[in-house]
Write a new protein. Structure first.
Ligand code: C2O
Ligand code: CU
Ligand code: CU
Length: 458
């Protein structure tokens, strides 16, 4: 069977056939998806996937409003496609197999080219062979800088993710049937930038922009900061316009898979003191995922020295004229075996959106969950009918959480909404980016066993 025979009914994918259309980018270095080895613990773990043979996927930097060219080359025998999580870019650059492009076979190149409309913290990961390639390491952070200087002295990216390893450092299976049907399968080695509890030096008394990204396939991290004055300045890429109380050990911040938080940190004034990003992991004492250690003499900076982050140009929904669409997330009534269109299937379906499990990548005759009119405002009611938590992610658009039946929601701009047990949340958006946008749970075992669909904007 040919990859093209797997095309969805959508006409949207027709323009995205082939190898990218831009050819080799001038001056842009190829990002080569390849096997890697790395000492995640004492022993070297082989069979990892990265963009170099012996290091984590690098932080990719771009500037708001400036074109980025990212030629991605696949050298693995498995298919792949790269997705830029949270970026409101053209649909054909979104990296979703069959929906926006064909999966890339071994040796193939796809040049992604887009202009980030928003500044902030984003990330990238494959959207084909997602479970295997993410679990083996292929998750990286993207930083899109503001055109103006906010006033930080330095910044620190922290990519949080787990690996599932045996005693010898070899990979255990990334998923289990039991996990996929419940909260997901958890890793047993927690890392920050592929290291356990790394310590990063920053000038004493200086202002550091800490960018924390949860790129794990499963874990909802419960985080707080220990030591140093700090303020949450952005959430899921977008500046927060309200005061969010700093989380504490008793009331940690829940950061689900796919979510990001930017924190402005004042480093301790005296050399050697640290600020630690702490996590509460089930059945374990509090653990420092990463630490910032003060060096040199105090710069005596203050949070007041920072200029506010400029707001991203995201349209505000017109709630008085917004049409309502409902989505129910739950178990699947009939289960069944999903289709496998070269992008990896776990072999069973447990989950559904609106009681229909995603039939698998490239299944024929699959339509959108909803069709939205370009430029109009919508309210989406998201109902979690299950006892498990689901970080629900929408591609290509940003939305505002409005209300929940369980809690008061801070007014934020986001692309990933963490739904609690039995929670019903309403979110609102302006459908201002045309295309077929994937809409799925970011617990990859849920995504790959039915909790996936797409929303069409025309
Ligand atoms: Cu972060 Cu559909 O993905
Ligand atoms: Cu995404
Ligand atoms: Cu889920």
């Amino acid at each position: 069977m040919k990859r093209r025979e797997f095309l969805l009914t959508s006409g949207a994918a027709a323009g995205a056939l082939g190898l990218g259309g831009f050819g080799f980018a001038q001056g842009a270095q190829e990002l080569t998806i390849q096997p890697a080895s790395f000492a995640l613990r004492d022993q070297v773990t082989t069979g990892m996937v990265s963009l170099s043979p012996d290091a984590p996927p690098p932080v990719l930097y771009g500037k708001q409003g400036e074109v980025m060219r990212l030629p991605v080359r696949n050298t693995l025998p498995d298919y792949t496609a790269m997705h830029w999580h949270g970026m409101r870019i053209a649909n054909k650059m979104d990296g979703v197999p069959y929906l926006t492009q064909m999966p890339m076979g071994q040796g193939e190149l796809f040049t992604y080219e887009f202009t980030p409309p928003d500044a902030g913290t984003y990330w990238y990961h494959p959207h084909c062979m997602t479970m295997e390639q993410m679990a083996h390491g292929l998750t990286g952070v993207m930083v899109i800088t503001e055109p103006e200087d906010i006033g930080f002295d330095s910044e620190q990216v922290v990519n949080l993710r787990d690996f599932r390893l045996d005693e010898d450092g070899a990979f255990l299976p990334a998923y289990t049937q039991r996990g996929a049907a419940r909260a997901g399968t958890f890793g047993n080695v927690q890392t920050a930038n592929w290291k356990q509890g790394p310590v990063y030096d920053h000038a004493a008394g200086s202002l550091v922009r800490l960018r924390v990204v949860n790129t794990d396939t499963t874990r909802i991290y419960k985080l707080h900061l220990d030591g140093g004055a700090a303020r949450i300045i952005a959430w899921d890429g977008h500046p927060v316009e309200i005061d969010i109380p700093m989380p504490s050990a008793d009331e940690p911040l829940l950061v689900g898979p796919g979510q990001r938080v930017d924190i402005a940190v004042v480093m301790p004034g005296s050399e050697g003191r640290s600020v630690a990003l702490m996590a509460k992991l089930p059945g374990q004492p509090l653990k420092a995922m990463a630490s910032l250690r003060a060096i040199g003499s105090s710069a005596r900076r203050d949070l007041q020295d920072l200029r506010p982050l400029p707001l991203n140009p995201v349209a505000r929904p017109d709630l008085d004229n917004a049409e309502l669409h409902e989505f129910v997330f739950g178990w699947t009534p009939e289960g069944g075996e999903p289709n496998n269109g070269f992008c990896g299937s776990l072999g069973y379906n447990f989950w559904s959106i609106n009681r229909t499990p995603w039939p698998g990548d490239a299944a024929e005759g699959v339509g959108p969950l909803a069709t939205l009119e370009l430029g109009k405002s919508y309210v989406l009611r998201l109902r979690n009918e299950s006892p498990n938590l689901h970080p629900i992610h929408l591609h290509g658009l940003a939305f505002v959480p409005l209300r929940s039946n369980l809690r008061k929601l801070p007014s934020l701009m986001t692309d990933t909404m963490l739904l609690l047990k039995d929670e019903v949340v309403e979110i609102a958006l302006v459908a201002d980016n045309p295309g077929d946008w994937a809409f799925h749970c970011h617990v990859i075992e849920h995504q790959k066993t039915g909790l996936t669909g797409f929303i069409r904007v025309v």
